[in-house]
Ligand binder design. Structure first.
Ligand code: ADE
Length: 248
């Protein structure tokens, strides 16, 4: 899968691209990420990429020519059909179903906004998907683009060691529950101990405990997700504890 990122701050990306799972995926040719500077397509003495909004108002607006020309030029760099995505707080909310949708594409072109937004003609001409990663305003779309790449590559075959791990992720299709509490060694730390059931070796009891934990957590924190879940609420034992039991 190929990603192209168009940004005014390409230097923000190498650190992120050089780390961890993404680096491994790139090294193994499962993913290709190309970062481009929109300013390279700006013309004029000052290579201006933004300007004041017509009609007045605060801030600057990204100009139509450099953005449209850069996206078109980048799309031509590969024969595969590209899905063009603009990162903007006024976009559709980016969620796991959308991650799954994007992971089925061969190519995604991510355009990072800055300043007060994009000249509307960019959207009229390119007809991109407009995506927001949440109801807050970032200084630009770069971090949002990293979020999109990070979430999508997890779903690509061969990227995660254990194929099952992304299937079990919270929010993936077929799992609309938050993940349950997890523990590793030591069994006890400063009076906080691991729940006995996890040490019992009883796989059925462990599975039931985890299901209950997930359900309880989801109900407390994200009750909105329960409208979608197939979990049989009758099976949830209301008396279980939520976190590690504290001794003494
Ligand atoms: N740019 C600024 N804020 C953003 C957000 N919440 N999502 C995507 N792009 C953005």
């Amino acid at each position: 899968m190929r990603f192209d990122v168009l940004t005014l701050f390409p230097e923000m990306f190498p650190g992120y691209l050089g780390q961890s799972l993404l680096k491994k995926a790139i090294d193994r040719n499962l993913v290709d990420v190309h970062v481009h500077n929109i300013r390279d397509w700006a013309t004029g003495l000052h290579r201006q990429v933004d300007d004041r909004p017509f009609g007045g108002g605060p801030g600057m607006v990204l100009k139509v020519e450099p953005v449209v020309e850069s996206v078109r030029a980048v799309c031509r760099k590969d024969t595969r059909q590209a899905r063009v995505v603009l990162l903007t707080p006024r976009g559709r909310r980016f969620d796991q179903p959308y991650v799954e949708r994007l992971s089925g594409s061969d190519r995604v072109v991510l355009v990072c906004g800055r300043y007060e937004g994009f000249d509307q003609r960019i959207i009229d001409i390119l007809e991109p998907a407009e995506l927001s990663i949440g109801d807050y305003v970032l200084n630009g779309g770069e971090v949002a683009a990293m979020v999109v790449i990070d979430a999508v590559i997890r779903l690509l075959p061969g990227v995660l060691g254990d194929e099952q791990s992304s299937v079990d992720d919270s929010f993936s299709s077929g799992n609309r529950l938050l993940e349950c509490a997890q523990y590793t060694r030591p069994r006890e730390y400063r009076g906080y101990s691991v729940p006995d059931v996890l040490l019992s070796g009883d796989h059925q009891a462990i599975a039931q405990w985890r299901k209950e934990q997930s359900f309880r957590r989801t109900r407390q924190r994200r009750a909105d997700l329960l409208g979608h879940t197939a979990v049989n609420k009758e099976h949830i034992d209301e008396s279980g504890t939520d976190e590690a039991s504290r001794k003494g």
